[in-house]
Design a protein around this ligand. Structure first.
Ligand SMILES: N[C@@H](CCC(=O)N[C@@H](CS)C(=O)NCC(=O)O)C(=O)O
Length: 220
């Protein structure tokens, strides 16, 4: 098995955590180049060859090539089911897939605005403060939504799952850019602590934090 990921790529982090939870160590792990100035350019030549979208993560398992983090996690679940990262019942599995999509599509949208406006260097016209404020306000609304989903629950579904991993990664990135949940969102705050304490998650968060600290110190 060969895995291509990006050091600060949130979708890559989801896959790295899923692999670690399943104690799967790829035979080869390629961390593609990334910089604040050039982002992922030039794309890694293998990624260009393997993925028409030129994005990471990409997983190669024998003859099988998969890109899209959600599809990679589904493939891992089907080929290496233990320990499971999807609930058992159809209803909870549907909930899990919906909440994973919430992280990747709904939460990621304002998070991307935050990343572009506070992590990447400012455009010549300066920071778009309206975009930043709107992103923070939207993230707060989405925190409230997740807090409600977690009411009376230890995890987002009836077991720890890829929905927890996907959301934890997005929320941690937002928190590191100044958009942490209000501590009054008790269910969300308790869940964040619970999921971040898992060894596979803690190791990934630590590695991303150390990489970020080494590369982002000069952000204006
Ligand atoms: N929907 C894709 C998103 C993958 C994605 O956006 N990857 C980014 C890094 S987080 C990337 O490789 N970008 C390279 C580029 O756009 O040049 C997934 O879930 O895997």
């Amino acid at each position: 098995m060969k895995l291509y990921t990006g050091p600060l790529s949130l979708f890559s982090a989801k896959v790295r955590i899923a692999l670690a939870e399943k104690a799967i160590v790829p035979d080869e792990h390629v961390s593609v180049g990334w910089s604040l100035a050039d982002r992922y350019l030039p794309h890694h030549p293998d990624v260009v060859r393997l993925n028409p979208r030129r994005k990471v993560p990409v997983l190669v398992d024998g003859d099988v090539v998969i890109w899209e983090s959600t599809v990679i996690c589904e493939y891992l679940e089907e080929t290496r089911p233990e320990p499971p990262l999807l609930p058992r019942t159809p209803a909870e599995r549907a909930r899990c897939r919906t909440l994973e999509a919430f992280a990747d599509e709904v939460f990621f949208a304002p998070l991307w605005d935050l990343i572009e406006e506070s992590m990447y260097p400012a455009a010549e016209a300066g920071r778009d403060t309206k975009r930043l404020d709107a992103a923070r306000a939207r993230i707060d609304e989405l925190h409230a939504e997740l807090d409600g989903e977690l009411s009376g629950r230890e995890y987002l579904c009836d077991v720890y799952s890829v929905a927890d991993i996907a959301n934890l990664i997005m929320l941690t990135a937002a928190a590191r850019m100044g958009a942490a949940p209000d501590p009054g969102r008790q269910h969300l705050t308790a869940w964040l602590g619970r999921v971040a304490a898992r060894p596979a998650v803690a190791r990934e968060l630590d590695a991303m934090q150390r990489f970020a600290a080494s590369r982002l110190s000069d952000v204006a």
